[in-house]
Design a protein around this ligand. Structure first.
Ligand code: ADP
Ligand code: MG
Length: 609
């Protein structure tokens, strides 16, 4: 009987091991980015071709390597980061297993260029599937550049297993986001097939988040800050009303390392309790610092899991931190109007009696006949019941400078109401239940008004536009193409980054924020339709007309059911816009039904009996 067990050849063993660490181009990117961070880089460039299938390159300005280290770096379990088993528990660096470069080199064609600042020259090493093909002295800037070409070129089965370019690009971008968010102090850029997808300057975490996800995030973020004995928590959560329908922007970093942690995710959601509409996922960007001695990061080769010694404690600290942060930034709805600071217009100081704000109460006020000028200075009907003391004061004729206008007082009042006073009727109507009055508006008109005002307010700034990952070419007939060229400047100002491409075609690099890219052609065609049919009004108010088309299209997309908190947020945003009482077409947005009106109607019924 002959023996049948054989040791695998080295190359095969490396390929198998490599599969553990490198599943796709994005995994190579992750390892290379972590190496750049560990090397103390301040600037990192990522260059990707063909969704990473032909090239993933990371260029850093970190410490670089000596010639020997450059060669060594491709050996399995070669690392400069730990020396003995105990070091595993003191890990502060990103990498530590010493297998990334070896793995990548086993399954790709790699070019490493590296130079330490103190050295005159650098070194260039080329490796194909673990074979060193060449090594030469070169002149290159200090730092390191690693190019990984044709991943899995020598394992066709794995190469075929890669997903579509869109899917692989998504993985790459996600990996890029993780490192970019974990290290806001690092300047990072990403180019894909020659297009600059991101160029993020070094900054703080808030700037990094808005740099990646867009300016609107600035107002959504609630800071978290907590130091307990065992962990330090910092970062941001997005207000619960901005929770998303898909699990997306959820980032935990433990000592700078991105981790997935369903248990801690549960803690964050728990801290938001009722505020979170069912079926939505909160966005968060949370850093956890913990003593490495109380962590085990060596659970999985792809290193996205950690284990805390005392998980339960971290869980409860996390939950309490989220709860407190939301409470402190009064995101939590409150029924208690008395304590609502927003209404305490004059600040009470010791030894000084607060003066009531001067508000004229017009008992005959009728919102349907109210004059449309701004700052009408009128309070809504029934107002004095809402603020009994102030109502009396106002009735007593007290007048002090700085009176509240009708709009701002109603806005402040609505902003202070608990979410439970907001709701919907069917899909189409929003309902606000105020004391003594119900306000009803069409959801579509409200949303359209909000988007419209927003667009015009920010026209020309880059916050109105979102860059498309994959620019799309949109062709027109010759006539429409010429028309579009005529209004190109205004179309640009409202968020379409379109560039003429010859052949009656525009390439769309960016679309108005919030618009679906699948709608691009339709919306552009609608803009043209509007232009053709209203050429005269268009001349006077081109921008407004285009904004209307965009706003209308965006508003059409809002069809998901709304939670009371979401209705409240919508109404609040509406009142923050320039003309909260009028739809884009100039008609009244709200139908109001007052208690008096109801009394009268019921009385009329009774008198008919
Ligand atoms: P690990 O990061 O786990 O140590 P790697 O295989 O990723 O293992 O890298 C091996 C070694 O190569 C690192 O320990 C480091 O010394 C060196 N190295 C890799 N990338 C860089 C880089 N961008 N700049 C400087 N040194 C690097
Ligand atoms: Mg590494």
């Amino acid at each position: 009987m002959s023996d049948i067990i054989r040791l695998l050849p080295d190359a095969v063993a490396s390929q198998i091991a490599a599969g553990e660490v490198i599943q796709r181009p994005a995994s190579a990117l992750k390892e290379m980015l972590e190496n750049a961070v560990d090397a103390g880089a301040r600037q990192v460039q990522v260059i990707v071709r063909d969704a990473g299938k032909t090239l993933v390159q990371v260029v850093d300005d970190g410490c670089g390597m000596t010639e020997n280290d450059a060669r060594m770096s491709f050996e399995r379990h070669a690392t400069s980061k730990i020396r003995k088993a105990e070091d595993l528990f003191l890990i502060r660096t990103m990498g530590f297993r010493g297998e990334a470069l070896a793995s990548i080199a086993a399954i790709a064609q790699v070019e490493l260029r590296t130079r330490r600042t103190e050295d005159e020259t650098g070194i260039l090493i080329r490796i194909d599937g673990s074979d060193v093909k060449s090594q030469e002295v070169v002149s290159c800037p200090p730092g390191t550049s690693v190019s990984v070409k044709n991943l899995f070129f020598n394992i066709p089965a794995r190469r075929n297993f890669l997903k579509s370019n869109a899917a692989e690009t998504r993985h790459i971008v996600e990996e890029f986001h993780r490192v970019a968010i974990a290290h806001p102090g690092l300047a990072v850029s990403l180019r894909h097939d020659g297009n600059e997808v991101y160029r993020l300057l070094a900054g703080n975490l808030r700037q990094r988040i808005t740099g990646i996800f867009g300016k609107p995030y600035n107002e959504r973020l609630v800071p978290l800050e907590e130091s307990s004995m065992s962990v330090k928590i910092s970062g941001f959560i997005a207000k619960p009303q901005f929770a998303r329908k898909t699990r997306g922007e959820q980032y935990f970093f433990v000592n700078g390392r991105y981790v997935r942690d369903p248990y801690l995710n549960h803690a964050v959601c728990g801290g938001m309790d009722e505020l979170l509409a069912t079926g939505t996922y909160p966005s968060y960007f949370i850093n956890i610092e913990a003593d490495p001695a109380h962590l085990d990061v060596n659970i999985h080769p792809s290193k996205t899991e950690v284990k805390f010694d005392d998980e339960r404690l971290v869980y409860s600290v996390m939950k309490a931190t989220v709860k407190r942060a939301l409470g402190r930034f009064s995101v939590t709805p409150t029924l208690d109007f008395e304590n609502e600071r927003a209404f305490e217009v004059p600040l009470e100081k010791a030894g000084q009696t607060p003066k009531p704000p001067a508000i004229r109460v017009d008992r005959n006020y009728n919102p349907f006949t109210a004059d449309k000028q701004e700052g009408g200075g009128r309070a809504p009907a029934g107002w004095e019941q809402m603020f009994p003391e102030r109502g009396q004061a106002a009735n007593a004729g007290v007048e002090t400078p700085g009176r509240l206008s009708f709009e701002s007082s109603e806005q402040a009042f609505i902003a202070g109401m608990a979410a439970e006073h907001f709701g919907t009727m069917g899909h189409r109507y929003l309902v606000v239940r105020k004391p003594g009055e119900i306000m009803i508006a069409s959801r579509f008109s409200v949303t359209e008004r909000i988007y419209y005002s927003e667009l015009l307010r920010h026209a020309g700034s880059n916050s109105v536009s979102q860059q498309e990952l994959f620019p799309q070419a949109v062709g027109f007939n010759a006539a429409d193409f010429t028309l579009l060229k005529e209004i190109e400047a205004d179309v640009q100002r409202l968020g379409f980054d379109i560039r003429e491409f010859g052949n009656n075609t525009f390439v769309v690099h960016g679309i108005p924020s919030g618009m679906e890219s699948s709608d691009t052609r339709r919306v552009l065609e609608e803009v043209l339709e509007e232009y053709k049919h209203h050429a005269t009004t268009f001349k006077s108010a081109k921008k407004e007309a285009i904004a209307r088309v965009i706003a209308r299209n965006r508003a059409r997309q809002s069809r998901d059911p709304l939670s009371p908190a979401e209705v409240k947020e919508l109404v609040n945003t509406l009142f923050g816009s320039d003309k909260p009482y009028y739809a884009v077409d100039g008609t009244q947005l709200f139908i109001r039904i007052t208690e008096e009106e109801l009394n009268e109607r019921f009385q009329a019924l009774r008198s008919q009996e």
